[in-house]
Ligand binder design. Structure first.
Ligand code: GUN
Length: 285
Protein backbone atom coordinates (compact mmCIF):
# COMPACT_ATOMS: atom_id res chain seq x y z
CA UNK A 1 0.00 0.00 0.00
CA UNK A 2 1.28 3.46 -0.82
CA UNK A 3 -0.08 6.45 1.06
CA UNK A 4 -2.01 9.32 -0.44
CA UNK A 5 0.57 12.13 -0.30
CA UNK A 6 -1.19 15.38 0.53
CA UNK A 7 -0.62 18.18 -1.99
CA UNK A 8 0.11 21.19 0.20
CA UNK A 9 0.10 23.76 -2.59
CA UNK A 10 -3.42 22.91 -3.68
CA UNK A 11 -4.77 22.62 -0.15
CA UNK A 12 -3.16 25.76 1.26
CA UNK A 13 -3.93 27.98 -1.72
CA UNK A 14 -7.65 27.18 -1.54
CA UNK A 15 -7.76 28.15 2.17
CA UNK A 16 -5.73 31.33 1.59
CA UNK A 17 -8.02 32.32 -1.27
CA UNK A 18 -10.93 32.21 1.16
CA UNK A 19 -9.12 34.52 3.63
CA UNK A 20 -8.08 36.88 0.84
CA UNK A 21 -11.76 37.21 0.04
CA UNK A 22 -12.55 37.99 3.69
CA UNK A 23 -9.84 40.67 3.73
CA UNK A 24 -11.30 42.32 0.64
CA UNK A 25 -14.77 42.30 2.24
CA UNK A 26 -13.27 44.03 5.30
CA UNK A 27 -11.56 46.55 2.98
CA UNK A 28 -15.01 47.55 1.71
CA UNK A 29 -15.83 48.50 5.31
CA UNK A 30 -12.58 50.49 5.55
CA UNK A 31 -10.86 47.86 7.72
CA UNK A 32 -7.41 46.40 7.03
CA UNK A 33 -6.17 43.74 9.47
CA UNK A 34 -2.63 44.42 10.67
CA UNK A 35 0.04 42.08 12.01
CA UNK A 36 3.29 43.03 13.78
CA UNK A 37 6.02 40.40 13.82
CA UNK A 38 8.92 40.84 16.21
CA UNK A 39 12.20 39.03 15.53
CA UNK A 40 15.03 39.33 18.04
CA UNK A 41 18.49 38.17 17.01
CA UNK A 42 19.71 36.44 13.88
CA UNK A 43 18.53 32.85 14.01
CA UNK A 44 18.54 31.85 10.34
CA UNK A 45 15.48 29.58 10.48
CA UNK A 46 13.45 32.22 12.36
CA UNK A 47 14.38 34.82 9.74
CA UNK A 48 12.97 32.56 7.01
CA UNK A 49 9.75 31.91 8.95
CA UNK A 50 9.27 35.63 9.59
CA UNK A 51 9.83 36.47 5.93
CA UNK A 52 7.27 33.83 4.92
CA UNK A 53 4.73 35.22 7.39
CA UNK A 54 5.16 38.77 6.07
CA UNK A 55 4.90 37.58 2.45
CA UNK A 56 1.72 35.63 3.19
CA UNK A 57 0.16 38.70 4.83
CA UNK A 58 1.01 40.86 1.84
CA UNK A 59 -0.49 38.31 -0.58
CA UNK A 60 -3.71 38.23 1.46
CA UNK A 61 -3.98 42.02 1.69
CA UNK A 62 -3.12 42.13 5.40
CA UNK A 63 -0.91 45.00 6.56
CA UNK A 64 2.27 43.68 8.16
CA UNK A 65 5.28 45.18 9.81
CA UNK A 66 8.40 43.28 10.89
CA UNK A 67 10.46 44.63 13.78
CA UNK A 68 13.96 43.16 13.48
CA UNK A 69 15.87 43.77 16.70
CA UNK A 70 19.52 42.94 17.43
CA UNK A 71 20.34 39.89 19.60
CA UNK A 72 21.57 42.12 22.42
CA UNK A 73 18.19 43.92 22.76
CA UNK A 74 17.29 44.10 26.45
CA UNK A 75 14.09 42.62 27.84
CA UNK A 76 12.98 46.14 28.83
CA UNK A 77 13.39 47.40 25.26
CA UNK A 78 11.41 44.46 23.94
CA UNK A 79 8.64 44.98 26.53
CA UNK A 80 8.51 48.67 25.57
CA UNK A 81 7.98 47.75 21.91
CA UNK A 82 5.23 45.28 22.84
CA UNK A 83 3.54 47.95 24.95
CA UNK A 84 3.60 50.33 21.95
CA UNK A 85 2.17 47.65 19.67
CA UNK A 86 -0.53 46.84 22.25
CA UNK A 87 -1.63 50.48 21.97
CA UNK A 88 -1.35 50.74 18.17
CA UNK A 89 -4.81 50.71 16.56
CA UNK A 90 -3.37 49.68 13.15
CA UNK A 91 -2.06 46.47 14.68
CA UNK A 92 -4.54 43.66 15.43
CA UNK A 93 -2.05 40.85 15.92
CA UNK A 94 1.36 40.69 17.59
CA UNK A 95 3.70 37.74 17.09
CA UNK A 96 7.04 37.47 18.84
CA UNK A 97 9.06 34.87 16.97
CA UNK A 98 10.55 32.17 19.20
CA UNK A 99 13.12 31.25 20.33
CA UNK A 100 14.23 34.48 22.03
CA UNK A 101 17.85 35.07 23.05
CA UNK A 102 18.77 33.41 26.37
CA UNK A 103 18.89 36.65 28.41
CA UNK A 104 15.21 37.35 27.69
CA UNK A 105 12.56 35.61 29.79
CA UNK A 106 10.17 34.20 27.22
CA UNK A 107 7.18 33.86 29.52
CA UNK A 108 7.40 37.48 30.69
CA UNK A 109 7.43 38.67 27.09
CA UNK A 110 4.54 36.48 25.94
CA UNK A 111 2.48 37.50 28.99
CA UNK A 112 2.95 41.17 28.02
CA UNK A 113 1.11 40.75 24.70
CA UNK A 114 -2.47 42.04 24.77
CA UNK A 115 -4.71 38.95 25.02
CA UNK A 116 -6.86 40.35 22.17
CA UNK A 117 -3.78 40.62 19.89
CA UNK A 118 -2.21 37.29 20.83
CA UNK A 119 -2.57 35.65 17.39
CA UNK A 120 -0.11 32.88 18.34
CA UNK A 121 -2.43 31.88 21.22
CA UNK A 122 0.53 31.68 23.62
CA UNK A 123 -0.86 33.93 26.39
CA UNK A 124 -2.03 31.95 29.47
CA UNK A 125 -5.53 33.45 29.19
CA UNK A 126 -5.88 32.23 25.61
CA UNK A 127 -4.35 28.86 26.48
CA UNK A 128 -6.87 28.60 29.32
CA UNK A 129 -9.74 29.50 27.00
CA UNK A 130 -8.59 26.79 24.62
CA UNK A 131 -8.50 24.30 27.47
CA UNK A 132 -12.11 24.99 28.53
CA UNK A 133 -13.39 25.22 24.97
CA UNK A 134 -14.20 28.92 25.07
CA UNK A 135 -14.32 30.78 21.75
CA UNK A 136 -11.09 32.58 20.89
CA UNK A 137 -7.80 32.23 19.09
CA UNK A 138 -6.56 28.75 18.29
CA UNK A 139 -2.81 28.08 18.18
CA UNK A 140 -1.66 28.16 14.56
CA UNK A 141 0.14 24.83 14.09
CA UNK A 142 -2.42 22.59 15.85
CA UNK A 143 -5.30 24.51 14.23
CA UNK A 144 -3.57 24.03 10.89
CA UNK A 145 -3.35 20.27 11.47
CA UNK A 146 -7.09 20.10 12.23
CA UNK A 147 -7.79 22.16 9.10
CA UNK A 148 -5.72 19.72 7.01
CA UNK A 149 -7.53 16.69 8.46
CA UNK A 150 -10.95 18.26 7.85
CA UNK A 151 -10.14 19.41 4.32
CA UNK A 152 -8.89 15.88 3.53
CA UNK A 153 -12.19 14.48 4.89
CA UNK A 154 -10.40 12.53 7.61
CA UNK A 155 -12.84 11.45 10.29
CA UNK A 156 -11.53 12.52 13.70
CA UNK A 157 -14.50 11.78 15.94
CA UNK A 158 -14.19 8.42 17.66
CA UNK A 159 -10.73 7.77 16.22
CA UNK A 160 -7.57 7.13 18.22
CA UNK A 161 -5.18 10.04 17.70
CA UNK A 162 -1.65 9.73 19.02
CA UNK A 163 0.43 12.88 19.41
CA UNK A 164 4.19 12.45 19.74
CA UNK A 165 5.59 15.45 21.60
CA UNK A 166 4.33 17.54 24.50
CA UNK A 167 5.53 21.07 23.75
CA UNK A 168 3.46 24.11 24.67
CA UNK A 169 3.46 25.22 21.02
CA UNK A 170 2.33 21.96 19.42
CA UNK A 171 1.95 18.75 21.44
CA UNK A 172 -0.23 19.95 24.33
CA UNK A 173 -2.61 22.21 22.35
CA UNK A 174 -2.74 19.59 19.57
CA UNK A 175 -4.06 17.03 22.06
CA UNK A 176 -6.64 19.54 23.27
CA UNK A 177 -7.91 20.34 19.76
CA UNK A 178 -8.16 16.64 18.85
CA UNK A 179 -10.13 16.10 22.04
CA UNK A 180 -12.46 18.92 21.01
CA UNK A 181 -13.02 17.02 17.76
CA UNK A 182 -14.00 13.95 19.83
CA UNK A 183 -10.90 11.84 19.19
CA UNK A 184 -9.51 9.51 21.83
CA UNK A 185 -6.13 11.09 22.42
CA UNK A 186 -2.83 9.67 23.65
CA UNK A 187 0.27 11.82 24.08
CA UNK A 188 3.69 10.14 23.83
CA UNK A 189 7.00 11.77 24.72
CA UNK A 190 10.65 11.05 25.35
CA UNK A 191 9.92 9.12 28.57
CA UNK A 192 7.24 6.89 27.03
CA UNK A 193 8.41 3.27 27.11
CA UNK A 194 7.66 1.05 24.11
CA UNK A 195 6.40 4.03 22.17
CA UNK A 196 5.87 2.10 18.97
CA UNK A 197 3.32 -0.17 20.67
CA UNK A 198 1.22 2.93 21.29
CA UNK A 199 1.84 4.74 18.01
CA UNK A 200 0.90 1.56 16.12
CA UNK A 201 -2.60 1.88 17.59
CA UNK A 202 -3.08 5.34 16.07
CA UNK A 203 -5.65 5.97 13.37
CA UNK A 204 -4.22 9.49 13.24
CA UNK A 205 -0.55 9.95 14.14
CA UNK A 206 0.81 13.45 14.70
CA UNK A 207 4.61 13.73 14.90
CA UNK A 208 5.87 16.82 16.72
CA UNK A 209 9.10 15.67 18.28
CA UNK A 210 11.75 17.83 16.63
CA UNK A 211 14.01 14.91 15.65
CA UNK A 212 14.66 14.27 11.99
CA UNK A 213 13.16 11.09 10.52
CA UNK A 214 12.57 9.47 13.90
CA UNK A 215 9.22 7.95 13.00
CA UNK A 216 9.61 4.81 10.92
CA UNK A 217 7.20 2.35 9.33
CA UNK A 218 7.34 0.21 12.49
CA UNK A 219 5.63 3.07 14.40
CA UNK A 220 2.69 3.24 11.99
CA UNK A 221 -0.47 1.16 11.69
CA UNK A 222 -1.13 0.23 8.04
CA UNK A 223 -3.52 2.78 6.57
CA UNK A 224 -3.06 5.39 9.32
CA UNK A 225 -3.14 9.12 8.62
CA UNK A 226 0.31 10.55 9.42
CA UNK A 227 0.79 14.28 9.93
CA UNK A 228 4.39 15.45 10.17
CA UNK A 229 4.79 18.71 12.10
CA UNK A 230 8.60 18.50 12.31
CA UNK A 231 10.96 20.58 10.26
CA UNK A 232 14.61 19.74 10.80
CA UNK A 233 17.71 20.82 8.93
CA UNK A 234 19.83 17.77 8.06
CA UNK A 235 23.64 17.88 7.91
CA UNK A 236 23.32 17.80 4.13
CA UNK A 237 21.37 21.08 4.36
CA UNK A 238 18.14 19.37 3.26
CA UNK A 239 14.97 19.81 5.30
CA UNK A 240 13.39 16.72 6.82
CA UNK A 241 10.35 16.09 8.95
CA UNK A 242 10.10 13.99 12.11
CA UNK A 243 8.81 11.18 9.91
CA UNK A 244 11.05 9.08 7.69
CA UNK A 245 8.88 9.76 4.67
CA UNK A 246 10.32 7.15 2.30
CA UNK A 247 9.92 4.42 4.92
CA UNK A 248 6.44 5.43 6.14
CA UNK A 249 4.88 6.24 2.76
CA UNK A 250 4.55 2.51 2.05
CA UNK A 251 2.59 1.85 5.25
CA UNK A 252 0.47 4.96 5.94
CA UNK A 253 -2.88 5.60 4.25
CA UNK A 254 -2.27 9.34 4.03
CA UNK A 255 0.80 11.44 4.79
CA UNK A 256 1.91 15.07 4.78
CA UNK A 257 5.33 15.61 3.17
CA UNK A 258 7.86 18.07 4.66
CA UNK A 259 8.24 20.83 3.68
CA UNK A 260 5.05 22.10 2.13
CA UNK A 261 1.94 21.21 4.11
CA UNK A 262 1.94 21.84 7.87
CA UNK A 263 4.31 24.86 7.65
CA UNK A 264 2.29 26.83 5.07
CA UNK A 265 -0.99 25.83 6.78
CA UNK A 266 0.39 27.17 10.09
CA UNK A 267 0.99 30.54 8.44
CA UNK A 268 -2.49 30.39 6.95
CA UNK A 269 -3.95 30.01 10.46
CA UNK A 270 -1.96 33.07 11.51
CA UNK A 271 -3.73 35.00 8.76
CA UNK A 272 -7.04 33.63 10.03
CA UNK A 273 -6.31 34.75 13.60
CA UNK A 274 -5.22 38.21 12.44
CA UNK A 275 -8.45 38.64 10.45
CA UNK A 276 -10.45 37.44 13.46
CA UNK A 277 -8.64 39.90 15.73
CA UNK A 278 -9.41 42.75 13.33
CA UNK A 279 -13.09 41.76 13.20
CA UNK A 280 -13.29 41.64 16.98
CA UNK A 281 -11.50 44.98 17.34
CA UNK A 282 -14.14 46.48 15.04
CA UNK A 283 -17.10 44.86 16.78
CA UNK A 284 -17.88 42.59 13.83
CA UNK A 285 -17.91 39.31 15.77
N1 GUN B 1 8.86 29.47 16.59
C1 GUN B 1 8.56 28.25 16.12
N2 GUN B 1 7.24 28.12 15.91
C2 GUN B 1 6.69 29.30 16.27
C3 GUN B 1 5.36 29.79 16.28
O1 GUN B 1 4.39 29.12 15.93
N3 GUN B 1 5.21 31.06 16.72
C4 GUN B 1 6.25 31.82 17.12
N4 GUN B 1 5.99 33.04 17.56
N5 GUN B 1 7.48 31.39 17.13
C5 GUN B 1 7.70 30.14 16.69
Amino acid sequence: MTAHVINGKELVSSVREQFKQEVSELAEKGIQPGLAVVLVGDDAASAVYVRNKAKACEAAGIYSVVHRLPAETSQEELLKLISELNGDAAINGILVQLPLPKHIHEETVLDAIDVAKDVDCFHPVNVGNLMIGKKGFLPCTPAGVIEILKRMDVQISGKHAVVIGRSNIVGKPMAMLLLREHATVTVCHSKTPNMEEITRQADILIAAVGRAQMIKAKHVKPGAVVVDVGINRMESGKLAGDVDFDDVVETAGMITPVPGVVGPMTITMLLKNTIEAAKRANGLV
